[in-house]
Design a protein around this ligand. Structure first.
Ligand code: NAD
Length: 498
C-alpha cells in the first residue's frame, strides 16, 4: 500500500495531520494507497521553504533557468511509459490517453524553453531629453496552483512550467484523487537541477486550499476545476489581494450544419464525446444538428458507433476509454442519465448496466446517447462529466448558435460545415473562449492561450501562451536620466511631453 505525503523543500515529507484519503485504482475498484491531507501548518512549511529559495532562483539568469527546464523535459520524456501507467492506474484513463496528458503538459514546457525571450522587457531610447525608459518583467515571488483530477500531468505542468521559468517558487496542490504523477514530477525537477523549495507539492483538501488562499506570502493562485470551486477560489484569493485565474466547468456544443461531411463529423463526435470517458473539460457533451434531415442522419450513424464503443481497463491499449475516476463519479453520472429519462429526453443508447468482465468492481460506464434533449433540461444545463452525449435538434443556424451563446458555460465549441461563410460568422459571433472549425476539441496549441468564457473562467489572463508569462510576472518601468551638466531647476508642475 502506497502512502503519499508531501514534497517540501526538495524532499518527501510524511503528513502529520493523521488525516488521509484513499487513492483508488478505478479499473478494478481497489484501494492502492492513501494520500495525506495537509494542515495549515504544513502548507505554511511549504511557503517558508519556497520563500527562502525564491530570491536566488529569481536572480539566476533566465537561460540557466531554461536549461533546468530542458533537462526536466528530457527526464520526463525518458519516463513516458512508466509515468503514463502510473497516471492511468490512478485516474482510469487508458495508457495511450495518459501519454497525451503528459505530452500536452510537455508542450507547454517546450514553450518555456523560449522564456528568456518571453521575459524580455522594452526599451525606448531618448523618450525625453536625455531620458531613457525601459521596462522589465519580474517574478511575483511564491505562487500556487490548485489542480483537478482529470489531467494530473498536463495542468500542473501548464501552471508550474511558466511560473518556475519566470523565477517564481511554486506550490502545487494537486487533486487528492491522483497525486502520484505530480509527486514524481517533483522528484524529476530536483534531478533536473531545480533548487530545493522552488517546486513543492502539498496534498490535501479544502483545508489545505483555504490555507493557500489566506497565506499572505502567496502572491498568485492558478486554479482549474469545477465552476463552484473556481468561483469560490477566485473570490477568496482576490479578496486577499492575490492575482487569480480560475478555470471552471464546461458544456461544449458541436454545431452540425446540413452540408457537414457526416463521416468526418461522426468520427470527430465519437472521439470528442466519449474519449477519456467524457472526463475532459473540452469534451463535446452536446451535439446540435441543424435541420431534421441532418439530425436523423446523425442519429442513425451515431447509434451503432456508441453501441460498439470499446470500454476497457486502463491497461487495455485497444480500449476507446476506461473507467471513470471514482464510484461517486460513476453514481453521479448514472444519476444524470436517470434524470434525463425522467425529464423526457429519449435515451437511444443506454450504457448504465455495463460491467467489465474480470473487473466487476471497476468504475465502468457504457456510452449513453440522448436524443431530443431540450435547453430547459438539467441534463443540458449542467456538466455531467461522463460518457453521455445529448442531441439538441435545432431548426436553423440561428437557433443553433443561440444555444452556446445563452449557455452558462463558455469553454469550447465546434462547428462542422463546408461553408466558409457560416464558419467565419460562427467564429466571430459565438460567445465561447475556444472555437473549432471542423475540429472537435479545439485545445489551442501551447504557444496560444487556453481559457473559457462566462462560467468557465474567472480572471483576466488565460493559461499558457503569452498570458502565462504575464500572469506570473509583474512589470516594472524605469525612467532614467544621467547627470549631463544641464540644470533644470526645481519643477513643480507634472512633467509632460509638451
Ligand atoms: P474539483 O473542483 O472538485 O477539484 C479541483 C481542485 O479543487 C482539487 O484540487 C480539489 O482538491 C479542490 N477542491 C475541491 N473541493 C474544494 C473546496 N470545497 N474548497 C477548496 N478546494 C476544493 O474538480 P475535479 O472534479 O477535480 O475536476 C473536474 C472539473 O474540472 C470539471 O468541472 C472540469 O470541467 C473542470 N476542468 C476545467 C478545465 C478548464 O480548463 N476549464 C480543465 C480541466 C478540468
Amino acid at each position: 500500500m502506497r502512502e503519499v505525503g508531501h514534497f517540501i523543500g526538495g524532499m518527501h515529507v510524511a503528513g502529520t495531520s493523521g488525516c488521509t484519503t484513499e487513492i483508488f485504482q478505478p479499473m478494478d475498484g481497489t484501494v492502492q494507497g492513501h494520500v495525506a491531507l495537509a494542515t495549515p501548518a504544513e502548507v505554511r512549511a511549504a511557503v517558508e521553504n519556497a520563500k527562502a529559495a525564491q530570491p536566488a532562483w529569481a536572480a539566476t539568469n533566465p537561460q540557466r533557468r531554461v536549461r533546468v527546464m530542458r533537462k526536466f523535459l528530457e527526464l520526463v520524456e525518458a519516463e513516458y511509459d512508466s509515468l503514463a501507467e502510473l497516471l492511468a492506474r490512478e485516474h482510469g484513463k487508458t495508457i495511450p490517453d495518459a501519454k497525451g496528458d503528459i505530452q500536452r503538459g510537455l508542450e507547454v514546457v517546450e514553450v518555456c524553453l523560449g522564456a528568456a525571450h518571453m521575459l524580455k522587457g522594452e526599451f525606448s531610447d531618448s523618450a525625453g531629453t536625455g531620458i531613457d525608459v525601459y521596462s522589465m518583467r519580474q517574478p511575483l515571488g511564491v505562487v500556487a496552483g490548485i489542480t483537478p483530477f482529470n489531467f494530473p500531468a498536463m495542468i500542473p505542468l501548464w501552471k508550474a512550467g511558466p511560473a518556475i521559468v519566470s523565477g517564481n517558487a511554486f506550490i502545487l496542490k494537486p487533486s487528492e484523487r491522483d497525486p502520484g504523477v505530480p509527486m514524481r514530477l517533483a522528484e524529476l525537477f530536483i534531478e533536473a537541477g531545480l533548487p530545493a523549495g522552488i517546486f513543492n507539492v502539498v496534498n490535501g483538501d479544502k483545508q489545505a486550499v483555504d490555507a493557500i488562499l489566506d497565506d499572505p506570502d502567496i502572491k498568485a493562485v492558478g486554479f482549474v476545476g469545477s465552476t463552484p470551486i473556481a468561483q469560490y477560489i477566485y473570490t477568496r484569493a482576490t479578496a486577499n489581494g492575490k492575482r487569480a485565474q480560475c478555470f471552471g466547468g464546461a458544456k461544449n456544443h458541436m454545431i452540425i450544419m446540413p452540408d457537414a461531411d457526416m463521416d468526418q463529423t461522426v468520427d470527430a463526435l465519437i472521439g470528442a464525446g466519449y474519449g477519456s470517458a467524457g472526463e475532459r473539460c473540452m469534451a463535446i457533451s452536446v451535439a446540435v444538428p441543424v435541420g431534421k434531415d441532418t439530425a436523423d442522419r446523425l442519429v442513425e450513424r451515431l447509434i451503432p458507433r456508441v453501441e460498439s464503443l470499446k470500454v476497457g481497463p486502463s491497461t487495455d491499449m485497444s480500449a476507446d476509454y476506461g473507467p471513470v475516476v471514482t464510484k461517486q463519479a460513476l453514481e453521479r453520472i448514472q444519476g444524470y442519465v436517470n434524470l434525463g429519462v425522467e425529464e423526457g429526453a429519449k435515451l437511444v443508447v443506454d450504457g448504465r448496466g455495463f460491467t467489465m468482465q474480470g473487473y466487476e468492481n471497476g468504475f465502468y460506464m457504457g456510452g449513453c446517447l440522448f436524443d431530443h434533449v431540450t435547453p430547459d433540461m438539467r441534463i443540458y444545463k449542467e456538466e455531467i462529466f461522463g460518457p453521455v452525449l445529448g442531441i439538441v435538434r435545432a431548426d436553423t443556424y440561428e437557433d443553433a448558435i443561440r444555444l452556446p451563446n445563452e449557455h452558462e458555460y463558455g469553454n469550447g465549441v465546434a462547428i462542422f460545415t463546408r461553408d466558409g461563410d457560416a464558419a467565419r460568422d460562427f467564429a466571430s459571433r459565438v460567445q465561447v473562449g475556444m472555437v473549432g472549425i471542423n475540429v472537435p476539441i479545439p485545445v489551442p496549441i501551447a504557444y496560444y492561450t487556453f481559457g473559457g468564457w462566462k462560467g468557465s473562467g474567472f480572471g483576466d489572463l488565460n493559461q499558457h501562451g503569452p498570458d502565462a508569462f504575464r500572469f506570473y510576472t509583474k512589470t516594472k518601468t524605469v525612467t532614467s536620466r544621467w547627470p549631463s551638466g544641464v540644470k533644470d531647476g526645481a519643477e513643480f508642475v507634472i512633467p509632460t511631453m509638451k
